[in-house]
Design a protein around this ligand. Sequence first.
Ligand code: AMP
Ligand code: ZN
Length: 476
Amino acid sequence: MTLSLYDTMSRAKRPFTPKDPSRVTLYVCGPTVYNFAHIGNFRPVVVFDLLFRVLREVYGADAVKYAANVTDVDDKINRKAAEEGVPISVITNRYLDAYNADAAALGALRPTFQPRVTETMDAIVKMIGDLIHQNSAYAAEGHVLFDTQSFADYGKLSGRPMDEMIAGARVDVAPYKRHPADFVLWKPSKENEPEWDSPWGPGRPGWHIECTAMIEEALGLPIDIHGGGIDLVFPHHENELAQGVCSGHGEREYAQVWMHNGFLNMGDEKMSKSLGNVALAHDLLGLYPGEAIRWALLSGHYRQPLEWNDTLIEQSKSALDRLYRVLDDAGRFLAGESAAGGFDNPAAQADFAAVEAALHDDLNTPTAFAALFQLADKVRAAVMAQDARSVASGRDLLVAAGGLMGFLTTDPQAWFHTGADDDLKTRVEALIADRQAARATKNWPEADRIRGELAALNVEVMDGPSGATWRIKEQA
Ligand code: AMP
Ligand code: ZN
């Protein structure tokens, strides 16, 4: 099955062929860690985690090397550290820990590498030196600038003419620049701000060179796939590309596929800290299961804008409830049956293949979700027909198909109980124990009364061969 990916540079969907299938490389621009990240920041995290999972499935888990960086040098970090009177590492470590915890709760696997700017300073300084040596950069007044005129392909990724790039980059007209589009590779730090040594004086790197150096150090150039949000195409990725090519004698390739996720919007606007219209992943994870938020983030195609609202999360939670209900019913049915392994279920297998095919078609998650429901319907029908072999093989395929996308990773009983708070859980468990006791002494009126009490709590009790289980009832 061919994996096809849309490439921003060629503006086309193309079959993906890694340079070396035994070492497939993916890099995604990560967060600046000075605050809790909003749910829009996690759209690339979840989208590229899905790509990471698909690549691991195709090429083998050990063959895929995924680096997602952390920007831990930035004005906003400096400001926050000054406000709290602490070193920047206190701020960056605090918010990086929170970010990684949120990413894990959203089902994202840990990238193979998580390089940090502060740990890549030598490679950054070396790359700037290489660019000067190649006549693609120049030092002036304590700054080092990239000479955009030295790279004939500058603008090719974003497809912008030079005058538009100058306007779009909102570049400062500084006396030390040879051309208004030239951008900073190194600059002096302000007073009392962290600085690092360099041949051009103490200071700190520009944002773009950080990523290029981290890619070279973590993965080696060129890489197979470079990803990030659509807002990064210009200037960030255009500049990364220019640096990567020019620091390698102007001949080196940088990335063979560029992938960009669309915006997550709140109303008509991009969710962003500067607009103040943000929902923090951290807060949402206190209200909804991580899988439900992940489902919401993947419910639209990754290149399209995604409108974020409560209805979307509620619908995503209901979609997962439906799938988990099928797994729960299948599990309960199979508990009373003898082992039924090794049976082929061609109908369910075709749905599994449809999930895979949709993911291989440029991560078409809406189509993959539809195929997942088809598969669940087959399992439900097999339970109704009391066909143990079809239930067993169908259930395994459903779990495997969900697993391709990071879903259905929870035990179904645990899934239904996480919606209930601890008080309710304790009360329900006690009522079920009382009901079992009443049934053991054949006190049927008492057993029925307790069942009624449970129903009033919106709890459904299912008696099975291995005792009674319960779940919150499906909403009508
Ligand atoms: P930032 O911390 O703003 O540099 O963003 C980190 C990552 O999140 C980048 O890949 C951005 O493109 C992406 N991003 C930021 N805001 C949004 C949004 N509203 N929707 C989708 N992606 C976003
Ligand atoms: Zn980057």
